[in-house]
Design a protein around this ligand. Structure first.
Ligand code: NAD
Length: 336
């Protein structure tokens, strides 16, 4: 199949080319994002692959369908950047990579908790300047602490399994209980209750209208004083401006994020010689109790290859039978 791949970095290209040795698709790579301004590039491509910060809006999908595109595969688990209603309307199949390496994100999440909790990021900077002063580097131990995991799907479950070794008390919140980890956690069905008890709150639910700004003005007052917030899921789960105020007055003790609600214009590029025109983000970076990484939790060798293989397999399945096992919409019908 002729496939146009958007938001391509060198590491994506390498893994897609390697995986394509077993599929034989005709791949074209674009480093630009796919949005309504770049849709013209897809003319004549039956397949299109995108990543998390492409903006596959309704207008974009209408143009894609008109230009001959029949399937969009996102090289990610989340698919909130794609307008599914428009895809259904235009009979465009949307598929994804449901579980390329939940452990990659889980291990990174644990790394963020340890780094922020033990102030390793600050120690790293000090030591590089021959400053071996320990004042201000006091941390806390996970053993015996209460951790709330919101969303116990593939990644949340791995986080629970990984963190269990440290000996915390783990609370979980999810409309669907996961039998895989049920004996490691105490499920609590009320968000306010769970966040009022937790020393660390880790977010692993998808971005939906129900989860949008789940950490925001309505929930922040219920958070336990001084708690740590960790978000490796989707940026808009957190109302950043509201959290900054809570970080400043100590209501929230610290925050580690790998995702940011307005990350589309910032992440995945080198802006080191430019001014970032996002005052909320810039303010966030000035806070000593905040750790930010640029959506890299997925970025391991194993995960990249799995993403490439499943993405290309999605296109092959569509080409073969029209049925794609990982489809979110199947030729105009919303799937699982
Ligand atoms: P998943 O679908 O396996 O699990 C999501 C879980 O969230 C499910 O158990 C679901 O029932 C639960 N959920 C849905 N609505 C909820 C709600 N309102 N409250 C509580 N729980 C709710 O997904 P996953 O593979 O575990 O991925 C989780 C998220 O991680 C993805 O949506 C994606 O946005 C994000 N992600 C981030 C990176 C990264 O590099 N930072 C990489 C992969 C995935």
């Amino acid at each position: 199949m002729k496939i146009a791949n958007f938001s391509i970095k060198q590491y994506d290209k390498e893994s897609l080319l390697k995986a394509n040795e077993q599929f034989g698709h005709e791949l074209t790579f674009f480093d630009t994002r796919l949005d309504r301004h770049t849709t013209a590039l897809t003319q004549g491509f039956e397949g299109v692959s995108v990543f998390v910060n492409d903006d596959v809006c309704a207008e974009c999908i209408a143009q894609l369908a008109e230009g001959g595109t029949r399937i969009i595969c996102t090289r990610s688990a989340g698919f909130n950047q794609i307008n599914l209603e428009a895809a259904e309307e235009h009979g465009v199949t949307v598929a994804r990579v449901p579980a390329y390496s939940p452990n990659a994100v889980s291990e990174f999440t644990v790394g963020l908790i340890l780094t922020l909790g033990r102030k390793i990021h600050r120690a790293y900077n000090r030591v590089r300047e021959n400053n071996f002063e320990l004042d201000g580097l006091q941390g806390f131990e996970i053993k015996g602490r209460t951790i709330a995991v919101l969303g116990t799907g593939r990644i949340g479950a791995e986080v629970i399994k990984n963190l269990s070794g440290f000996g915390p008390h783990i609370l979980a919140y999810d409309p669907y209980r996961n039998p895989e980890i049920e004996d490691l956690v105490e499920y609590i069905d009320d968000v306010q209750e769970i966040i009022s008890q937790a020393d660390i709150i880790s977010l692993h639910m998808p971005l939906t209208p129900e989860t949008y700004h789940i950490i925001g003005p309505e929930t922040i007052p219920h958070i336990k004083e001084g708690a740590m917030i960790v978000n490796t899921s989707r940026g808009a789960l957190i109302d950043t401006a509201a959290v900054i105020e809570a970080l400043k007055d100590g209501k929230i003790g610290s925050m580690a994020i790998d995702v940011y609600e307005e990350e589309g214009d910032i992440f995945f590029q080198d802006l080191s010689d430019r001014v970032v025109r996002d005052d909320v983000f810039s303010r966030l970076l000035t806070l000593p109790n905040v750790l930010v990484t640029g959506h890299q939790a997925f970025l391991t060798d194993r995960a990249l290859l799995k993403i490439a293989v499943v993405t290309l397999q999605n296109f092959s399945e569509f080409e073969g039978s029209g049925f794609v096992a990982t489809a979110v919409t199947q030729k105009g019908t919303r799937g699982g």
